[in-house]
Design a protein around this ligand. Structure first.
Ligand code: NDP
Length: 246
């Protein structure tokens, strides 16, 4: 389908994993897609080429989400390159598991900066430019409500904050015709959480569907929320988790 043709999207953390799947899906649906990355320049450039080869338009921007000004700069670059911004997907995220007493306090700040502050900064920069029909999708985590493992305190905190920010911003942006939603993936096969990684045997047993999800399955939900038809869905937190949290 081309349900997003004429739209410009920005996806943070689009070079790998769930973000890359979202970039591909939105481009496939007809959007022009800018995306940020932290360091994987080669992967980012390959993704741009892949999208251009199938007739789409894409742009890779290096911007560390830990730097709020860099995030705002990526929004400005997107608008400059493509003449506007209609869809913002806040996907870039950091996981850092440690016993609570072994975190340096700077690691607390980094977690909040990347997983939470960057979301707020991007919304501050993008929402005023979006206008009626704007779409913001945050990528949280089922860990916000469901934490089956030790050592995850800072990540759980950060994703609960994303859910709260979503509810607050949804009310603030509704009068502008902009929706704000929070997609919470369950275990999804990426570099962050490989389906053949150390946690996998335990994790797989917790998923009623019996397997990890794919980035494409998360991207399906994001793509729906980005459509004009999703105008009445806002402030929602939606789990895409194979039933893990039931
Ligand atoms: P990956 O680690 O596989 O990929 C992360 C992506 O985000 C990469 O493109 C990376 O860029 C980028 N990124 C990381 N840190 C920064 C930063 N500081 N600034 C800019 N970009 C950054 O992660 P996933 O795809 O697994 O996760 C994507 C989102 O989904 C995250 O918010 C995560 O918390 C969430 N999530 C993931 C789950 C899972 O099971 N995988 C479950 C629930 C939620 P680069 O390539 O340059 O490093």
């Amino acid at each position: 389908t081309n349900s997003l043709s004429g739209k410009v999207a920005l996806v943070t953390g689009g070079s790998r994993g769930i973000g890359a799947a979202i970039v591909k899906r939105l481009a496939n649906d007809g959007a022009t897609v800018a995306f940020t990355y932290a360091s994987a320049q080669q992967k980012a450039e390959e993704l741009v080429k892949e999208i251009e080869a199938s007739g789409g338009r894409a742009l890779a921007l290096r911007a560390d989400s830990g730097d709020a000004d860099a995030v705002k700069g990526a929004v400005a670059e997107t608008e400059k390159a493509f003449g506007g911004i209609h869809i913002l997907v806040n996907n870039a995220g950091l996981a850092n598991l440690k016993p609570y007493d072994q975190f340096a306090i700077e690691e607390f700040d980094r977690m909040v900066a990347v997983n939470v502050r960057a979301v707020f900064a991007a919304v501050q920069a993008a929402a005023p430019q979006m206008g009626e029909g704007g779409r913001i999708v945050n990528i949280g985590s089922i860990n916000a409500d469901f934490n089956p493992f030790p050592d995850n305190s800072l990540y759980v905190m950060s994703k609960a904050a994303v859910a709260g920010l979503t509810r607050g911003l949804a009310r603030d942006l509704a009068p502008l015709g902009i929706t704000v939603n929070n997609v919470q993936p369950g275990p999804t096969d990426t570099d962050m959480n490989p389906a053949d990684g150390p946690y996998a045997p335990v994790v797989s047993g917790m998923i009623p569907v019996g397997r990890y999800g794919t980035g494409a399955e998360i991207a399906d939900m994001v793509a729906y929320l980005a459509t004009p038809g999703a105008a009445f869905v806002t402030g929602a937190t939606i789990n895409v988790d194979g039933g893990t949290t039931v």
